[in-house]
Design a protein around this ligand. Structure first.
Ligand code: SAH
Ligand code: SF4
Ligand code: F3S
Length: 495
């Protein structure tokens, strides 16, 4: 069974009292560093891990070298994600051996997969603990058990159920303006290429009242945006209804309840699986201004033959119907998608089906991936009919087409004065701010020319305007330029 609140408190108290060899003195608190790979569900798990560690009494370290505990939150969705992580981990062997109290934990989507679990234990025996994805409730136990043993061995808690349905745990949010909230864990869809159902277990919906309370608390603490997370948010509650809780609420209900919060600016949600996108949800998306004017609706392929092989359980015709319904319920809604190129057996004809549906829909944005075989998934053993060079060439054609559509979509915004929720200063330029529009476009903007009559630059002197705009500010921006992946503009006023 998943760790319950009482167990969690027990381990937290044990660590605080030093029973696991930690010296958590107030003068010299131990510190942690978490490196996160993968999707927003992992981001959210890392925020919860940080929340728990700080609740226990640890402090955030600025980098791995300065930390006492290092945690890797891993992703296994494609092969390059694996490689990056193992590279990082190998470098830590010496670091771990320098100080006895140091610890390395690995959580996320790799440790619970047999091949990775074996590889981690055999090739990196200096690791201290392994945890399943999303099982943050067991983090205090992992920490405690890895510190209380006399001789080093890896504490492997991946035998714990993946279906945690996590209780509310402390959370340290990365962003001031955005609160990530997982509404469910796991996935039941078993798309034939995908490792996620094996890594995260079966779909488990969290209690709707807990979710509402977390969302409320986040908004009360200043969050302007809520992002509800699940691998397939549209099937929220299916597990509970199957188990007999016939009145367990739907995702549409949950969205509607949160969309009604008076002081919330944007409600985002991902990911929507086309097979489960209901008319009820489309109606709610059309009804509430608070709900983002955007949907992420992974297509994967435009070929019905491949969609079947992928076990996606919809056709391209059904997908197009959904697009029409969404666009009539919410005129101007932006649609983003995921597309895989080079799925086993993909022919030129299948690929052209994908290009055709892209031409019809004209996605505002797309994440495009070259198929990566994942050991343990059905498709991993299927034969490729195209060569690597052919797949690469298809990928580039797909990217060219999508880049053209993305740019055209962004060009439609030029000249408009749009609402932007600011995330902070741009990474590359401390005079440019970044944020996102309601339809999820990345917007970089500058402040209007603030040079005074003597030629003094008021903005760089930190005059009021630049110092009042920060993470969580709501502003209007006049769009002056469209790029493929972002918009540029000038601040016109506070929203
Ligand atoms: N639950 C989400 C997506 C999770 S993974 C959904 O169903 O849409 C994010 C994206 O990674 C997927 O949409 C898919 O496009 C891509 N992906 C997953 N497995 C992959 C693989 N083996 N090779 C290439 N891309 C993959
Ligand atoms: Fe993977 Fe499919 Fe589940 Fe998405 S819905 S996580 S692609 S199995
Ligand atoms: Fe990666 Fe796991 Fe997310 S495999 S994409 S971190 S669900």
């Amino acid at each position: 069974m998943a760790t319950n609140k009482k167990d969690i408190e027990f381990y937290i108290d044990a660590i605080r009292s030093g029973a696991d060899g930690f010296q958590l003195t107030e003068k010299q608190p131990l510190s942690y560093f978490i490196r996160t790979f993968g999707c927003q569900q992992n981001d959210n798990d890392s925020e919860i891990a940080a929340g728990l560690l700080e609740f226990i009494g640890l402090k955030a370290a600025p980098c791995i070298e300065d930390a006492d505990i290092v945690i890797f939150n891993t992703c296994s969705v494609r092969e390059n994600a694996d490689r990056r992580f193992y590279g990082n981990l190998g470098n830590l062997k010496t670091w771990r051996s320098e100080e006895k109290h140091r610890r390395i934990g690995v959580m996320g989507c790799m440790p619970g997969l047999d091949t990775h679990n074996t590889m981690l234990k055999e090739s990196f025996p200096f690791i201290d603990f392994l945890l399943n994805a999303g099982d943050m409730g067991n983090l205090p136990r992992a920490l405690y058990e890895s510190g209380s043993q006399k001789k080093h061995s890896i504490v492997d808690l991946t035998d714990q159920a993946k279906e945690t349905g996590n209780p509310s745990l402390p959370v340290k949010r990365e962003s001031k303006h955005r609160a990530l909230i997982s509404i469910m864990s796991g996935c039941n869809n078993f798309c034939s290429y995908c490792i996620v159902p094996y890594a995260r277990g079966r779909e488990t919906s969290r209690d709707p009242l807990l979710i509402l309370a977390e969302a409320r608390a986040a908004v009360d603490n200043g969050a302007k945006e809520i992002m509800l997370l699940g691998q397939n948010v549209n099937s929220y509650g299916n597990d509970k209804r199957r188990q007999g809780e016939s009145d367990f609420p739907s995702f549409a209900w949950l969205m509607e309840e949160i969309a009604k919060f008076p002081d919330l600016s944007i409600l985002r949600y991902m990911t929507s699986h086309p097979k489960d996108l209901s008319d009820e949800l489309i109606e709610v998306i059309g009804k509430y201004e608070t709900i983002e004017s955007h949907v992420h609706l992974p297509l994967q392929s435009g070929s019905n033959r491949l969609l079947k092989q992928m076990n996606r359980r919809y056709t391209s015709e059904h997908y197009l119907e959904l697009v029409d319904k969404l666009r009539s319920a919410r005129p101007g809604i932006s649609i983003s998608t995921d597309i895989i190129v080079g799925f086993p057996g993909e022919t030129e004809e299948d690929f052209e089906d994908t290009l055709r549906i892209m031409e019809t829909v004209k996605f505002d944005r797309a994440f495009t991936f070259i198929y990566s075989p994942r050991s343990g998934t059905p498709a991993a053993g299927w034969e490729q009919s195209a060569s690597d060079a052919e797949i690469q060439e298809r990928f580039e054609r797909l990217l060219d087409l999508q880049n053209k559509h993305s740019l055209e979509s962004n060009e439609r915004c030029v000249g408009e004065n749009i609402y932007v929720l600011v995330s902070g200063l741009s990474k590359n330029d401390d005079k440019i701010f970044s944020g996102r529009s309601k339809d999820d476009r990345l917007v970089n903007f500058s402040l209007p020319d603030m040079t005074d009559s003597a030629g003094q630059d008021l903005t760089s002197r930190g005059e009021p305007l630049s110092s009042t705009i920060s993470d969580g500010s709501e502003v209007f921006v006049r769009i002056t330029k469209a790029k493929t992946h972002s918009l540029e503009g000038v601040f016109t006023g506070l929203a």
